[in-house]
Design a protein around this ligand. Structure first.
Ligand SMILES: Nc1ncnc2c1ncn2[C@@H]1O[C@H](COP(=O)(O)OP(=O)(O)OP(=O)(O)O)[C@@H](O)[C@H]1O
Length: 341
């Protein structure tokens, strides 16, 4: 194991024990106040737990007697807002890490240019932080975190402050740079967890409510929180001729090519339910068996295995639905977003 973190922080009601394997990305999910940021603070050395240990690559960073200062941990923390030094240009911001470990100006600038290129931000090198959009600033912040060559990357909701228009491209950049890096990723977004993380832990009230491979937890959630966020329909498989597992959708840039592993994502509210196939329609039609009807206010969530559709109570009554009913779930291709995994 590359990271082992166990921590009790009485004041915040936190009591966790988790491990992240070398090169693995572990997503930490959970409702507000569950303790996610506190876990990152303990790992980063910003908070000393009442009891517990942080061991990274066999080196004890936090322990009963051990205490390594944040800047000596080889741990990089990236916050929701990219905290760049406003008085330094982009290049110097990224060069800061290598500079502070003794690299000279030339070497640290070379490294900074390499990392900026790595996150598709080479053209921003001469700007000031004040001249960057939110998405550009976050790219620079990723480059700065990586330039310090951390052994552990801590990301606190790195995409949550950004405009939806820039999300897919930045998510892909993160996916590329996280591959093979030991990472703890705090997120509220089920897609981030699905696309970026190997495993997830769900925190509720400072305790680990569930843990496991991301797809398993999202497809078969056991904790209340995971069940709530895992409301999206997700179908994964290989992409061929614009279709994954019988479902046609809109490929999100960068588009997958034939044979790529993808996940098609669509909201239960985008699904219509029919007793028989709506012939001649351009919609995806999936023959399914209803497994459960779940009342939700003036709506009913119709579950069919791992797929779900939201109908009005009236529509569900008109269709005379019950567990065991054979129906067709239909969804327009324009409502299905397909992401490369
Ligand atoms: N600086 C602090 N001092 C004391 N208690 C704090 C402090 N920061 C957070 N807490 C408390 O510790 C608990 C865990 O908070 P934490 O910020 O780790 O949760 P979180 O899961 O990151 O929440 P969010 O999703 O809202 O960011 C909460 O009860 C919170 O009120």
């Amino acid at each position: 194991m590359s990271l082992h973190l166990s921590a009790v922080v009485e004041e915040r009601g936190l009591d966790v024990d988790l491990e992240v394997a070398e090169g693995e990305t572990l997503a930490v999910l959970g409702p507000n106040g569950a303790g996610k940021s506190t876990v990152l603070a303990v790992a980063a050395g910003l908070l000393r737990p009442d009891r517990g240990r942080v061991v990274l690559d066999g080196r004890e960073l936090t322990g009963r007697t051990a205490w390594v200062a944040p800047h000596d941990r080889r741990v990089a923390l990236m916050a929701q807002e990219p905290l760049l030094f406003p008085h330094l240009g982009v290049l110097d911001n990224v060069a800061f890490g290598p500079r502070s470990t003794g690299a000279n100006r030339r070497t640290s600038h070379d490294a900074a240019r390499r990392w900026l290129a790595e996150v598709d931000a080479a053209d921003l090198a001469d700007r000031r932080p004040g001249q960057l959009s939110g998405g550009q600033a976050q790219r620079v912040a990723v480059a700065r975190a990586l330039a310090a060559e951390p052994r552990l990357l801590l990301l606190d909701e790195p995409l949550s402050a950004l405009d939806v228009a820039v999300l897919p491209a930045l998510r892909q950049t993160l996916k590329r740079v996280l591959a093979g890096r030991t990472t703890l990723l705090v997120t509220h977004d089920v897609l981030d967890a699905l696309l970026l993380a190997d495993r997830v832990v769900v925190l509720e009230g400072g305790r680990i409510a569930e843990a496991g491979p991301t797809a398993d937890v999202l497809e078969r959630p056991r904790s209340a929180f995971a069940a709530r966020i895992a409301g999206l329909n997700m179908v994964s498989g290989a992409w061929r001729d614009g279709v994954v597992d019988g479902i046609r959708g809109i490929a999100i840039d960068p588009a997958p090519v034939d044979g790529d592993q993808v996940v098609a994502v669509f909201r239960p509210s985008a699904v219509s339910v029919f007793r028989s196939s709506p012939g001649g329609s351009p919609r995806n039609a999936l023959a399914v068996t209803v497994t459960e009807l779940e009342p939700r206010g003036d709506q009913v969530r119709v579950r069919a295995g791992h797929l779900a559709a939201d109908l009005t109570v009236q529509a569900a009554a008109e269709l005379d639905l019950a567990p065991g009913s054979e129906v067709v779930f239909a969804v327009k291709a324009s409502e299905v977003a397909v992401y490369r995994r």
